[in-house]
Write a protein that binds this ligand. Structure first.
Ligand code: PRX
Length: 631
């Protein structure tokens, strides 16, 4: 948030220079040279990238831009899974490891590219068998297991649009997403395993589909013994449904602009936004950034600690790294279980070379102390990355020294669900500046501007904008194109990201936080309105207002101000009840850290809650212009 803006920090020019070998050996080479090449001919730049991939039919035009709508690789035909799987299988790499999964208690599963392709084709045929067709929506609500990856790729194989919902969301949030997408099938598991405990995912699905008439089938991955009962016709076992289907499933021919997936993200109204990504541009954007930002080489073992349920998992566990042909490691283990060494032990065990995580995790590790990472051999690490929220200088330093051992470049990558791919970072080999994500990657144009779209002076806060279309950009918001247009019309001719930023004199960009009513808690996007509407759906609540407060660990925490209905009184029990209610409707990630009971909320004369005033008061700051305040 803007209150983190520290002029001294912005003026201090401190850099770390990586070993020149990194640049010499990188796919990109020199950043400025690559960027200039892009500027000289953007379409030729992206065409060169796209030519590294397999297409069923090439494009008539690299890009067509009819503000605010873009088509990329017009009329080209492709299937993303043919690039993520068949391309490697057919190029002598069928035995290369595609996916390594680790669960609790030493559980491990390994898939070669051939094996992953075989599973994807069987599951794709199973989906076809139960009537899923190109363009149908399939909701995936699963734990972090290989079957989640298989389910997503199987949808893409047959052209069904997947809508993955993170397994931490509650029944009401899941229901909303199933209903909005009108999903025909829901794929889930009986349980997720978290810190040694089973979380009953299917029970949440049972509740979520009670009022979801579009759902014809639920496919259940049964992990637990004895197997949970499933409904004899409506519900199907994940593996049983794959039994009597053909082995081969040719990839569906997809137009570059056909949808690949919908992914819901929080917005500033109560209703989440269904971000729509398409096949061609998204494939090119995620392939390109995986290869050049993480500099993935054939020997690398790449670990992105996100869940596939978030955009980070879509782009940098599945589509990008697999399109590159990387070996991808995934794990269901949380960073603190069985102890704070769990992730470091996995790095040692698997010899992870490229590691991509979130500032929240890094700050949690800082708190636990260096003893934990120091117990393990982290020598295999080559590149370390960060995403999801600002990597503050203290966390940067710790990550750089304690994990990277002053050796590994840090790629702090700024991007969004909407951008589909990384947009700003410090490319491998370039000098790094703590607190600053870096510069636009070649292929991307960004700036920091005022409300009229005029670039602000260096070292001054402004709005982060993207100035030209990019291949992996969202195409629309599902069933809400009007809202999509707002991204491009808030500031004429620019995509407004909703973030506040500062550009240094050196062109490096520091991201300060959101400029709207979205709170980033532990790297997760949460809309204030979503939490408020969950609170007011409780019978005791008359009104609620929610703000984000800076938090040393999670970046921000949620504080709720609640007015109770007559006949209900504040108490510890009431607080617990409200917290539980938010937990079961949206999910644990949206639970307020604090609830304060009030008699009144600051409002404008037109009745809009002024969260800004609540926040300023909470933090002992000047509320600014309060001329619209009711009284
Ligand atoms: O505020 C920015 C923050 O996360 C927002 C996007 O959230 P989401 O769509 O959930 O995607 C997260 C993963 C890509 C952005 O508007 N954000 C993301 N990366 C960074 C960041 N803030 C600062 N630094 C980053 N590297």
């Amino acid at each position: 948030m803007a209150e983190n803006f520290d002029v001294k920090l912005v003026e201090e020019m401190k850099y770390y220079t990586p070993n020149p070998e990194y640049k010499r050996n990188s796919w990109l080479g020199d950043y400025q040279k690559a960027y200039d090449e892009f500027l000289a001919d953007p379409d030729a730049f992206w065409s060169n990238v796209a030519h590294q991939l397999d297409w069923i039919k090439p494009w008539d035009a690299v890009k067509e831009w009819k503000y605010p709508y873009a088509t990329w690789f017009t009329n080209a035909k492709l299937n993303i899974t043919a690039n993520c799987l068949d391309r490697h299988v057919n190029n002598n790499r069928r035995n290369k490891v595609a996916l390594i999964w680790r669960g609790e208690g030493g559980a491990e599963r390994i898939y070669s590219y051939q094996k992953l392709l075989s599973h994807v084709m069987r599951f794709a045929n199973a989906l076809k068998k139960i009537g899923v067709k190109k363009g149908d929506r399939v909701c995936i609500y699963m734990p972090l297991v290989p079957e989640q990856v298989i389910a997503m790729l199987a949808c893409a194989r047959i052209g069904a649009t997947h809508s993955v919902v993170f397994g931490g969301f509650g029944a009401a949030a899941l229901n909303l997403r199933i209903q909005d997408a009108e999903a025909k099938v829901v794929i889930t598991a009986d349980i997720a395993i978290r810190r040694g405990k089973a979380i009953q995912l299917k029970a949440i699905v049972d509740e979520a589909i009670m009022d979801a008439p579009s759902v014809e089938h639920v496919i259940v991955l049964r992990r637990k013994e004895p197997l949970v009962d499933i409904h004899p016709t409506r519900e199907l076992d994940f593996y049983a449904v794959m039994e009597d289907v053909p082995e081969d499933c040719p990839p569906e021919v997809m137009d570059a602009e056909d949808p690949l997936f919908i992914l819901y993200t929080s917005g500033s109204t109560g209703k989440p936004k269904g971000v729509v990504h398409t096949c061609g541009g998204y494939m090119v954007g995620t392939y390109y950034t995986s290869k050049y930002v993480f500099d993935i080489k054939d020997n690398d073992i790449f670990w992105c600690t996100a869940d596939p349920g978030w955009i980070t998992g879509h782009s940098y566990i599945i589509y990008g790294p697999l399109a590159v042909g990387a070996t991808v490691f995934i794990s269901e283990l949380t960073p603190d279980f069985p102890d704070a060494g769990s992730w470091w032990s996995l790095i040692q065990e698997q010899k992870i070379t490229v590691f991509y995580t979130a500032p929240t995790a890094i700050r949690m590790f800082m708190k636990m102390g260096e003893v934990w990472p120091n117990k393990y051999n982290l020598k295999s690490l080559r590149i370390i990355g960060s995403v999801g929220e600002p990597l503050n200088p203290e966390a940067f330093e710790w990550y750089y020294h304690t994990i990277g051992k002053d050796r590994c470049p840090i790629v702090d990558t700024w991007w969004q669900t909407e951008t589909g791919m990384q947009m700003i970072t410090t490319m491998i080999g370039e000098k790094m500046r703590p607190g600053f994500a870096g510069k636009p990657i070649p292929g991307v144009t960004v700036d920091v501007v005022d409300k009229s779209g005029k670039p602000v002076q260096p070292n001054t806060m402004g709005l982060l904008v993207i100035k030209s279309p990019w291949p992996a950009m969202l195409r629309t918001l599902y069933k809400d194109d009007e809202r999509y247009r707002k991204y491009w019309y808030t500031i004429e001719n620019c995509y407004t990201a909703g973030d506040l930023a500062v550009k240094g004199k050196d062109g490096y960009i520091m991201i300060l936080g959101r400029s709207d009513d979205i709170i980033i808690v532990a790297g997760h996007n949460i809309g204030t309105a979503e939490v408020e509407s969950a609170l007011v759906s409780h019978k005791a609540v008359a009104e609620a207002a929610v703000i984000g407060k800076p938090d040393p660990l999670k970046g921000n925490s949620i504080k709720a101000f609640v007015i109770l209905r007559v006949g209900h009184n504040p108490s510890e029990n009431m607080t617990q009840d409200l917290l539980h209610h938010v937990r079961t409707t949206i999910g644990p990630i949206a639970m307020p850290q604090e609830i304060e009971y009030v008699d009144k909320l600051p409002k404008t004369r037109s009745g809009k809650i002024m969260r800004r005033v609540l926040k300023a008061k909470e933090m002992g700051m000047d509320p600014g212009d309060v001329s619209t305040l009711e009284e």
